[in-house]
Write a protein of this length. Structure first.
Lengths: 91, 167
């Protein structure tokens, strides 16, 4: 995934889980069934996992353009300036 | 969210935290329930009433227990444990509680019932204080939730007494 895709995946995950929590609680409360709440929530967690965890293509729509290796060789990395770093330690 | 395992871990942790919160809210939703239980116990017969070889009084009785505990059940109730206890005072103990009968009610449909039974557990005194003794029969119940804290309450029925002499 690219960086934007990672952020999107995290946001989708949080929103979906919260939505499913509310939906499953309301479903369980209205139906008077604790088991129904648990089943709906478990289904929601599985669905959210299927959507947000694998590396789907739509998470990779804004890839970063890394520099081509042959291009990189033409522009050597700048050297760190070796300036005198002797700080006065004279007491 | 850098890798498959990282995202999966984050999702599962968040899902479990939310699940814990849902259980708390479910448990709190029980406070909206106002129960109105009722119970009645009639002693139909004193089968026998004797002093045991060890020296303690024991009585065997048959009773009709009827109760409507359906209002105790919510969507978060796993089961209700009920028991009938005989309560009386003696010179030695200010309160004696002897459990005579108990049952587990697993569902709301079974919570309205009538049963004709002899005492399941022995009604034995610590001593010889039961002749002519006035006692209460108390219906206790413990509501066990699917998630959350157990609660207990009771109904006290007064006016019962044992015979003056052994029989």
């Amino acid at each position: 995934m690219d960086w934007q895709g990672q952020k999107l995946a995290e946001q989708i995950m949080q929103v979906l889980l919260l939505v499913f929590a509310v939906v499953s609680f309301v479903a369980g409360y209205v139906l008077g069934s604790f088991q129904m709440m648990m089943l709906v929530y478990a289904g929601g967690v599985t669905l959210t996992a299927l959507i947000t965890v694998p590396n789907w293509p739509f998470f990779n729509r804004r890839p970063l353009n890394w520099l081509d290796p042959s291009e990189a060789e033409k522009h050597p990395k700048p050297q760190v300036a070796v300036s005198s770093k002797k700080k006065g330690t004279k007491k | 969210m850098h890798s498959f395992g990282y995202r999966l871990n984050g999702l599962l942790t968040f899902a479990l935290t939310i699940l814990a919160l849902m259980c708390v809210i479910t448990s709190l939703s029980d406070n909206f329930n106002t129960p109105s239980p009722s119970a009645d116990i009639k002693i139909t017969n004193i089968n026998w009433f004797q002093k045991q070889p060890q020296g303690h009084d024991e009585v065997s009785l048959t009773m009709n227990v009827s109760a409507d505990l359906q209002s105790l059940f919510t969507w978060n109730t796993k089961q209700v444990f009920i028991f009938v206890a005989a309560e009386y005072e003696t010179p030695k103990n200010s309160l004696n509680q002897v459990s005579l009968w108990d049952a587990i009610i697993p569902a709301k449909e079974h919570a309205k019932f009538w049963i004709h039974t002899s005492n399941k557990y022995r009604f034995v005194d610590q001593g010889n204080n039961l002749r002519g003794k006035k006692f209460n029969l108390t219906m206790h119940w413990h509501v066990m939730p699917k998630t959350g804290k157990m609660s207990a309450d009771k109904i006290v029925l007064t006016g019962y007494s044992l015979p003056e002499e052994y029989r």
